[in-house]
Design a binder for this molecule. Structure first.
Ligand SMILES: [Zn+2]
Length: 503
């Protein structure tokens, strides 16, 4: 009989922080809290962005060297899971990923430490906790394809955002504007509480990059989701954004770092390189990724991670190993391109300045601190900052080949083969002594998740994460640092007051 696949320790962590009792899982709660709060007390924060229809908090785990604070020039990143309540792998991967960040930070993993120092990472494991409860009540074996997909009012949250594509397609014929589009009147009354919470979250944080984790296929899907001619039934047409090349690269970063997504054949479908434009697959309106691009500075893709929307617990370790490198690599992409400050002539930061790049018809804006982030592929660009009342200022900047795609590709494959190799033989043969295993099992791999795994896989995980093993050298090495660690080119822009220049 399959164990019901929930992670009580996560619920316990979240609810425990609210001072509530959770059935039979205080142990995990304390362990996790100890791990994240006691061992890495300075890098984590948990906050709620709002509540679901049934009143469940939408909790976010934040990782940063200064949690709770936006530091100028430090980009904000988000992962969102379980938007469809019955698509649960993303939720579990994000919980495991959070735990992984804690553990690796604590263990001195340079790659993870520099990510946490240089990035503010926000993780929302479940955007739809009500739907999840409905799906989880049935369990993995009996979960129907749609049961628990919507929120408790059975509204599909990925069809619930304001439709800015329609406005953008209209603007294409008039003023051409396709960024920071206005929300419709009364939009707050038109969306579900979960959607409302996420939109307010987007308004409060200047996110640069994001991914939305789903299930039911295995592919990295990038905007636009909504086709320009959505009214023609059954017809699919590629709907490219002005940033199509960047989106394709972002999607490929995930698919190639994933153990098998890039191979293309999955779940009876074929996607070349494991990526697809949303509309060329099937068109949908009011989705979250298009909304991110049209309303905020954030670039978001949608990751479909498993054929089975509610996989059994026994599938989790394999899925985690298949996605771990991809989750890290994708996060590192937030550091590609250019970033900088926008100042006026008196060195005051200018917020909400528009940053435009010649040749790409999509602007981003500076944050309240005057800092901006623009994801770009390697190349030379002409960048202009402008703001009402100021004379625009233009600079030329060259973005180098910060990261060779091939490096992450090779490493992704390399990692999976190591894992398979390790699993096929006793872990001791690879230098994992009982002592290390014992320590790792009880200190690092002590979640409920791992207690339920088969010993071999637990041992493998521990071998891999143990510094004593060669396999660990890969993970702990600052990947690609010699090849050019992802790092945005800093370009500060200075704009002069219009009135002053007139005088
Ligand atoms: Zn979905």
């Amino acid at each position: 009989m399959q164990q019901r696949w929930t992670l009580p320790w996560f619920a316990a962590l979240l609810l425990g922080l609210m001072g509530l009792l959770v059935r039979g899982s205080e142990f995990q709660h304390h362990r996790y809290e100890d791990m994240c709060r006691a061992n890495a007390p300075t890098i984590t924060r948990i906050y709620s962005i709002g509540r679901s229809v049934e009143g469940r908090h939408l909790y976010v785990l934040e990782f940063s060297d200064n949690p709770g604070i936006h530091e100028a020039l430090e980009p904000e990143f988000k992962y969102v899971g379980n938007m469809h309540g019955n698509e649960v792998l993303g939720r579990e991967l994000l919980i495991k990923f959070s735990q992984f960040l804690c553990e690796e930070y604590r263990a001195g993993n340079q790659r993870i430490m520099s990510l946490i120092y240089d990035t503010r990472i926000h993780i929302l494991p479940s955007m739809n906790p009500d739907g999840y409860e409905v799906a989880a009540r049935q369990g993995p074996e009996f979960n129907g394809y749609l049961v628990g997909r919507g929120n408790s009012r059975e509204i599909d949250l990925n069809r619930n955002f304001p439709d800015l594509n329609a406005l953008m397609y209209y603007y294409e014929k008039t003023n051409g504007r396709n960024h920071h589009l206005p929300l419709p009147d009364n939009w707050e009354q038109q969306v579900e509480p979960e959607t409302l919470a996420v939109i307010k979250w987007m308004q409060n944080y200047n996110f640069v990059l994001s991914a939305n984790l789903h299930g039911g296929a295995v592919v990295a899907n990038y905007p636009f989701d909504k086709s320009r001619d959505a009214r023609i039934r059954g017809r699919t047409t590629y709907a490219a954004t002005p940033d199509d090349k960047i989106f394709r690269k972002l999607a490929r970063t995930y698919s190639y770092a994933h153990s098998w997504m890039h191979k293309g054949w999955n779940c009876g479908d074929f996607f070349d390189e494991g990526i697809t434009n949303g509309a060329s697959w099937y068109s949908l309106s009011k989705g979250m990724q298009d909304f991110n691009y049209l309303y905020t500075n954030c670039f978001e893709i949608t990751l479909e991670l498993s054929c089975d929307k509610f996989p059994p617990a026994s599938a989790l370790p394999r899925e985690w190993l298949a996605n771990r490198e991809a989750l890290v690599s994708y996060l590192e992409q937030v550091h590609h391109g250019i970033k900088g400050m926008v100042y006026d002539e008196n060195n005051n930061p200018v917020g909400k300045a528009e940053i435009s790049v010649s040749g790409i018809n999509h602007d981003v804006t500076s944050g309240l601190d005057g800092d901006y982030f623009r994801l770009l592929l390697p190349g030379t660009y002409t960048v202009t900052a402008s703001a009402p009342g100021y004379v625009p200022s233009t600079s030329t900047v060259t973005v180098g080949p910060a990261e060779a795609i091939q490096v992450s590709l090779i490493n992704g494959v390399f990692l999976s083969s190591v894992v398979l190799l390790l699993c096929s033989v006793p872990s001791q043969d690879f230098g994992c002594t009982d002592d290390i295993l014992h320590t790792e099992l009880f200190n690092a791999c002590d979640s409920v998740l791992y207690q339920k795994l088969e010993t071999c896989v637990s041992a493998c995980m521990c071998c891999i994460t143990s510094r004593a093993h060669a396999g660990a050298a890969y993970l702990r090495a600052p990947l690609g640092s010699s090849q050019g660690k992802p790092s945005a080119v800093q370009t500060d822009l200075r704009i002069r007051d219009n009135a002053a220049s007139a005088i």
